[in-house]
Design a protein around this ligand. Structure first.
Ligand code: 5GP
Length: 192
């Protein structure tokens, strides 16, 4: 098991509805030394890739992306979530279905902060069905930029997001991939 899998095993709580709660180190309280390790690991995995900017989504992606950005020495842009506002013009907008909140959000990035030709590393905390990632990918494409890679902290491998994104040809690196988790026993199994 790697450092993140060990931490998930120790402090992660399996909830009903295929939700893993990691509030004690990632989604509410944040363990910055762990974030440093994640940043270092993303930098190692993407060392052969040219990255100009990191794109993430509020809220929980921001902390991870910011620490990772120190290893890539690039700026971070975070997509903002807004509930069905009608914004046009200077914004890139994508519709994203929230896995945890079961609602639709519009995800918004100012046109000022994504430029044609840039190589973008997308970073997020979780990958479940892939809706958040699909939204971010569509925004990068609309900007005429390139998705150079995708870095995820925790992928729930039993949900379809990872498969869909890899099948689309994107380079997706997840630091921990959960193969199965059981609400009753709390048992979490990782992909080898
Ligand atoms: P997706 O769009 O891939 O279905 O879901 C990804 C987003 O939903 C992530 O950005 C994350 O915020 C949230 N999410 C999905 N599954 C989980 C989970 O099991 N635990 C937590 N804490 N967040 C999740």
């Amino acid at each position: 098991m790697n450092f993140l899998e060990e931490r998930i095993q120790k402090d992660g709580i399996v909830k009903e509805g295929n939700v893993l709660k990691v509030d004690s180190f990632l989604n509410h309280q944040m363990d910055i030394l762990l974030f440093e390790q994640m940043g270092e690991e993303f930098a190692r995995r993407f060392k052969d890739v040219e990255i100009d900017k990191i794109l993430t989504i509020e809220a929980s992606g921001i902390g991870i992306a910011c620490i990772a950005a120190r290893y890539f020495n690039v700026p971070v842009v975070f997509a903002k979530k807004a509930k069905s506002v009608n914004l046009e013009g200077e914004m890139y907008i994508a519709e994203v279905e929230s896995f945890t909140h079961k609602c639709k959000n519009q995800v918004i990035v100012s046109r000022k902060y994504l430029t044609e030709g840039e190589n973008i590393l997308i970073i997020d905390d979780f990958l479940a069905n892939g809706c958040a990632l699909q939204g971010l990918i569509s925004i990068v494409k609309e900007a005429g930029a390139t998705v150079a890679g995708i870095g995820i902290a925790i992928e729930k491998g039993f949900q379809m997001g990872g498969k869909v994104i890899r099948n689309l040809g994107y380079r997706l690196e997840s630091l921990a991939i959960i193969e199965a988790m059981d609400t009753a026993s709390g048992k979490i199994t990782f992909r080898e």
